[in-house]
Design a protein around this ligand. Structure first.
Ligand SMILES: [Zn+2]
Length: 429
């Protein structure tokens, strides 16, 4: 017993000393601070934030019985009194009905109905296939978007509506058509003047704040716009939008608590901004080809928004009419786990084949700082030499649901671009 006590005492002293020594022996040095660190973390109480807000809002299947209002900002807010876009209209059909994301403010519904009708009557676009809008009470989503939270955002496919009513199953299975022939270029065999007209039409209404499209689409719009270019300023490049475009409305006038995004600069965005995007696309393409280095620090991932991160009124929105979903003792939200979002709406983004990638890397290293050639000066070179792997033409029913963790293409992007490149519109999608 005495010997045991002595041993323990020695151990403690040894530990204490080694922790204080400036240059302790290697072995104790690794042990002592580790023990200290454990103590510190144990002493700090874990913040009680509740389940992620996306679980709560993702579990609710009906709107909040309140006056219609967009509350908060596009990527941090919720929707009161949401209404649903009818799944069939004269000029539109809603896709992926299982997601239950065809909700919005009355203003968003009015806008979509008007766009569908004008695009058909005036431009000859056969009708809109409408993708994700908002959840019944808005808020963050379990999959797919960081915005679309307040009932003022809507995704519209770049695939024209077929000349018949699609079955619910078809609306789950059909994959939208990619407009890209490689990571940087629109496929001229797929893109038509009608696509340009549709996006121009969508941007033309005064209530539109922004339209998001893939940078390659922005590029072709810049080329095809002609003299009337004012609408181009609202059309902003963003990752992922190569089979659909994203409409964002301004806050309706006098809607208290709705936070507008800063208006775009007014520039058509076809100059430096687009060149910067091309440069970012190239960097992202190279980054996406590198598997994560073992032991490398993973890109910092923001924790999901909790209810406390949203405007206070979102608590009222969530619980109105007995809407608050049940939270299990382990903190999960069973209804949210059941609410599977349907199959990804579009094909994966195309990537360069190894040869084209090597050529891109070589051209990028030539134009690194020091060498004066600015990549922006030759925007077309990478795509000209790129023989890309075409986006897989997915037969509608073969591809299963998106792999867990796979990001649907409408989320923020394939890789975070280097911070040294100015990112014109940092607001997430
Ligand atoms: Zn979107």
């Amino acid at each position: 017993m005495q010997r045991l006590a002595l041993c323990l005492a020695l151990l403690l002293i040894c530990g204490a000393v080694s922790a204080e020594q400036i240059k302790p022996p290697v072995k104790s040095a690794t042990k002592a601070p580790a023990a200290g660190a454990t103590k510190k973390t144990a002493a700090k109480p874990a913040p009680k934030k509740g389940p992620p807000a996306k679980m709560l809002f993702g579990a609710v299947t009906a709107p909040a019985p309140l006056a219609a209002r967009a509350i908060g900002s596009y990527a941090r807010g919720c929707l009161a009194g949401g209404i649903s876009l009818p799944i069939n209209g004269p000029d539109w059909q809603v896709m992926r009905l299982s997601r239950n994301r065809n909700w919005g403010t009355p203003q968003l519904l009015d806008y979509l109905e008007r766009l569908a009708s004008d695009a058909r009557a005036r431009d000859g676009w056969p009708g809109l296939l409408v993708g994700d809008m908002a959840q019944p009470r808005g808020g963050p989503m379990i999959t797919g978007h960081s915005s679309h939270q307040i009932g003022l955002d809507a995704d519209v496919w770049l695939t024209p509506m077929p000349d018949r009513i699609l079955t619910p199953q078809e609306r789950e299975d059909i994959t939208a058509t990619s407009m890209l022939k490689d990571p940087f270029t629109v496929d001229p065999a797929i893109w038509t003047p009608l696509h340009t007209k549709l996006i121009k039409r969508a941007a033309s209404y005064p209530q539109v704040s922004r339209i998001f499209v893939h940078p390659a689409i922005k590029k072709i719009l810049c080329q095809q716009a002609g003299k009337d270019r004012a609408w181009l300023g609202k059309v902003r490049p963003w990752w992922g939008h190569f089979y659909h475009f994203h409409i964002r409305l301004k806050c309706p006038p006098d809607m208290a608590g709705c936070e507008n995004q800063k208006p775009p600069s007014g520039d058509d965005g076809c100059g430096t901004e687009l060149a910067n995007w091309v440069s970012m696309l190239r960097k992202a393409e190279i980054a996406s080809a590198h598997p994560a280095v073992p032991g490398a620090k993973p890109a910092s991932k923001k924790p999901p928004l909790s209810l406390g991160d949203l405007p206070k009124e979102c608590m009222t929105v969530l619980s109105a009419g007995g809407g608050m979903p049940t939270i299990a003792p382990d903190g999960t939200v069973p209804a949210a786990l059941k609410a599977e979002a349907g199959k990804d709406a579009g094909p994966p983004a195309p990537h360069l084949d190894p040869e084209a990638l090597a050529a891109l890397k070589a051209s990028m290293s030539k134009s690194k700082p020091g060498a004066k050639a600015a990549p922006a000066a030759k925007p077309a070179d990478a795509s000209a030499s790129a023989s890309a792997t075409a986006p897989p033409a997915q037969p509608a029913s073969t591809a299963g649901p998106a792999a867990p963790g796979a990001q649907p293409a409408s989320t923020v992007g394939p890789a975070s671009p280097s911070d040294s490149v100015p990112l014109p519109d940092r607001k997430p999608q």
